[in-house]
Design a protein around this ligand. Structure first.
Ligand code: MLT
Length: 242
């Protein structure tokens, strides 16, 4: 009955990416804490584009060549040495970021973005743009891979929880034959008894970031639909899909 519907799958770690066929698919890069939340916030607040790069030196070098660019990012959750700003969505309000290019490098999120080579479309997702991402995926009517950036290849709760929220909302439009998608959906259903942030309080990256005083970031990152835009990769730039 679901034979003619496009596939919906979830990749729980970059280490598993090679097991999925991303050709002609829409791939959603997910890094809830915090890269893909920061990308949604910066673009919705008026950034011209976000350029994800793999390394800190690349970020610094590219930033020098673009007028009025912001070099930003983290390693292990802390502002990386040599960069001007970090990876907090709260660092990019409209009055700061409007019209500027953010060159961003992060431990896991921008890494996964660079690992996906042959997708038809690459977008980024987070709770901040949950509804916009779901509407986009339904409208595309293509195979979808929800790719969790995770933490250094290890499963994480927050990206899986977001993947589950997407599966839960759009599954009637897709063929679901993927146990990781079902598991993500179950996690999401379990969390629906309370708030996302409460559900994530014991998770490893919550603990790591709260140790750096970043609880406010995580509360922000788990608020649905504050930045209802779809960041889409065009060449090397993430821009708002229009
Ligand atoms: C990452 O890419 O791993 C992150 O977004 C980490 C963080 O800044 O919290």
């Amino acid at each position: 009955m679901t034979g003619s519907l496009p596939r919906l799958e979830v990749c729980l770690s970059p280490a598993l990416l090679h097991l999925f066929d991303t050709r002609d698919a829409v791939v959603v890069i997910i890094d809830v804490f915090r890269a893909t939340s920061t990308i949604a916030a910066a673009l919705d607040n008026g950034a011209q584009c976000v350029i994800p790069v793999a390394s800190v030196p690349e970020c610094v070098d590219l930033g020098r060549t673009i007028e009025n660019a912001i070099t930003a990012g983290e390693r292990d959750g802390k502002v990386a040495e040599g960069l001007e700003y970090g990876n907090s969505p709260l660092e990019y309000p409209k009055e700061f970021v409007q019209g500027r290019t953010v060159v961003l490098t992060t431990t896991n999120g921008t890494r996964l973005l660079h690992m996906v080579k042959d997708a038809a479309v690459i977008i980024t997702g987070s709770f901040l743009n949950l509804g916009a991402v779901c509407d986009f995926l339904i409208a595309q009517n293509k195979n979808v891979l929800l790719g969790c950036a995770a933490w250094k290849d290890r499963f994480n709760m927050e990206d899986t929880l977001f993947a589950g929220a997407v599966v839960n909302r759009i599954r009637d439009h897709f063929a679901l034959n993927c146990d990781s998608a079902r598991a993500a959906n179950s996690l999401y259903e379990q969390s629906a008894k309370g708030s996302f942030i409460d559900f994530l309080r014991d998770s490893s990256h919550y603990r790591r970031l709260s140790g750096f005083g970043l609880v406010g970031d995580m509360e922000y990152c788990t608020t649905p639909d504050l930045h209802p835009v779809v960041p889409i990769l065009q060449g090397r730039e993430l821009v708002i899909h229009r």
